[in-house]
Ligand binder design. Structure first.
Ligand SMILES: N[C@@H](CCC(=O)N[C@@H](CS)C(=O)NCC(=O)O)C(=O)O
Length: 220
C-alpha cells in the first residue's frame, strides 16, 4: 500500500481538521506542505484541483478533495482504532450534521472576518462582517445548549464532528471571542485543545502565528 500524500498548510483551518483525523489513527503520510520550503507543492496542488483550495489528499488512485470527504475516505480506506465516522448510523448522522454546523456556521463566518481584513480598505464589507459576527453569536448560543449534556459534538465518542469543531472554535475564539457566559462551549474548546491529536496540530502551527491577519492573541 502506498503512503498517501497530503497537500496542506499547518496553520490552515481546514487542513488541521484533516491532520487531526490522520493523527487520531496514527496514519503515516507524506506531507506536501504548502510552505516556502516546498516550492513545487503549490503547482502540484493546482494540477490536482484547479480551485487551489486545500487540503487535498492523494491516496493510491484517488485524489480526495474537501476535508470532510477526506476524513470519510480515511475511514473507508485506512481504518484505525478510532472510528471518526461512528458505526451506528444514527450517531454517524449526528456526527455529519455537527460537522456541517462547525464548517458552515462557525468556520465560515470566522473566515469572513479574517478574509475581510485581507481586502483592500476600499473593498471591505462591513455589512457582511456584521452579519458574520451575528451568525457566530447565534451559533455560540445554540452550541452552548447542545454541548451542555455532551462530552463530544456527536455524543460520547470523538468523531468527524470534533475534527471540525477543534479548529473552528480555536480560530473563532481568536476572531470573535466566545463570551464567558457560554461556559459549555468554552469547556468543550478546552477539551479539544487537550486532545493529543489537536494539541499536536496546534503545536505544529505555532511558528506560523505571525501570519494571522487579525493578530494572534498571546494564548491558545
Ligand atoms: N470546503 C473546503 C474548504 C477549504 C479551504 O477553504 N481551505 C483554505 C485553507 S483553510 C484555502 O484553501 N484557502 C486558500 C484560498 O482561499 O485561496 C474543505 O472543506 O476542504
Amino acid at each position: 500500500m502506498t503512503t498517501p500524500k497530503l497537500y496542506a498548510h499547518p496553520f490552515a483551518s481546514y487542513c488541521q481538521k484533516v491532520l487531526i483525523a490522520l493523527y487520531e489513527n496514527d496514519i503515516a503520510f507524506e506531507y506536501r506542505a504548502l510552505t516556502p520550503e516546498h516550492p513545487g507543492a503549490f503547482s502540484e496542488l493546482e494540477a490536482l484541483w484547479p480551485l487551489k483550495l486545500f487540503p487535498v489528499l492523494v491516496d493510491g488512485g484517488h485524489t480526495v478533495i474537501e476535508a470532510s470527504i477526506i476524513i470519510e475516505h480515511l475511514q473507508v480506506h485506512r481504518p484505525g482504532p478510532v472510528r471518526l465516522i461512528p458505526e451506528d448510523p444514527r450517531t454517524a448522522l449526528a456526527a455529519r450534521f455537527m460537522d456541517r454546523v462547525f464548517d458552515n456556521y462557525v468556520a465560515t463566518p470566522q473566515a469572513k472576518l479574517v478574509l475581510d481584513r485581507l481586502r483592500p480598505a476600499e473593498s471591505r464589507d462591513p455589512f457582511g462582517v456584521a452579519e458574520a459576527r451575528a451568525r457566530l453569536d447565534t451559533a455560540y448560543r445554540w452550541l452552548d445548549e447542545v454541548m451542555a449534556g455532551r462530552e463530544w459534538a456527536a455524543g460520547d465518542v470523538f468523531s468527524l464532528a470534533d475534527c471540525a469543531a477543534a479548529r473552528a472554535l480555536f480560530y473563532a475564539d481568536w476572531t470573535h471571542p466566545i463570551p464567558e457566559a457560554f461556559a459549555n462551549v468554552r469547556a468543550y474548546r478546552r477539551r479539544l485543545l487537550a486532545r493529543p491529536s489537536f494539541a499536536r496540530a496546534v503545536e505544529e502551527a505555532r511558528p506560523y502565528r505571525p501570519l494571522f491577519p487579525l493578530g494572534a492573541p498571546d494564548r491558545d
